[in-house]
Ligand binder design. Structure first.
Ligand SMILES: N[C@@H](CCC(=O)N[C@@H](CS)C(=O)NCC(=O)O)C(=O)O
Length: 198
């Protein structure tokens, strides 16, 4: 299988962590720069985004949640418990991690638009939402062991993106439990080796 990514993409990072943690035979292919005209990814599908996964059967999967789920299934369920109650807790976390990532991503793009094109109302709304997500992650993860599953992958990749693009959020401030959990997650090579470079 081939997994297309670009350097600091937080979405792609989730699937890269998932691929590495499952031990599946996945070749990671750097697809940057994504802004290139007629990007080769468009030959695989309409999105032209990373992550994208070309399966051994020749299907091209887009969207982080779908690729992550596919890798989990292919690995025999290494990233999601089969017990429905335990799975519910993992999926709850994956949802909040995904929400935080989308929130931060949109906010960061808005902030990088020309001053006259930015919407301060949108930035405020998304910044507040991000704060609620940090608090929710703190509630769920403070004091928890560092383990790799679909939920913790989404959470740690979103927090790594916050470190890079939203350092002013200072998400560690007042959330020492979450900070300790995140530090412990970095010990996994799949997590530490994919941390954004900035
Ligand atoms: N909803 C997508 C979002 C992926 C996404 O936005 N990826 C960015 C990089 S972080 C991208 O490929 N951008 C290129 C573009 O917008 O053309 C997912 O969950 O995978």
């Amino acid at each position: 299988m081939k997994l297309f990514f670009s350097g600091n993409s937080p979405y792609a990072r989730r699937t890269r962590i998932a691929a590495r943690a499952t031990g599946l035979a996945v070749e990671e292919v750097d697809a940057s720069p994504l802004a290139a005209e007629n990007h080769f990814l468009l030959q695989h599908g309409p999105g032209g985004k990373v992550p994208g996964l070309e399966t051994d059967a020749g299907n091209f999967l887009c969207e982080t949640l779908i690729i992550s789920r596919y890798l989990n299934d292919l690995s025999g369920g290494k990233l999601l418990p089969s017990d429905p109650v335990a799975a519910g807790a993992v999926l709850e976390l994956e949802g909040i991690g995904s929400l935080l990532m989308d929130t931060l991503f949109h906010c960061s793009h808005e902030k990088r638009r020309e001053a006259g094109e930015q919407s301060p109302a949108l930035i405020d709304k998304e910044s507040l939402r991000a704060r609620r997500c940090y608090d929710a992650l703190d509630n769920l993860l403070a004091g928890q062991d560092a383990v790799i599953n679909l939920g913790t992958i989404a959470a740690i990749a979103s927090l790594g993106y916050a470190d890079w693009r939203h350092a002013d959020d200072n998400w560690r401030n007042g959330r020492e439990g979450l900070a300790a959990w995140a530090d412990a997650m970095m010990k996994f090579p799949a997590v530490g080796d994919t941390y954004p470079v900035f």
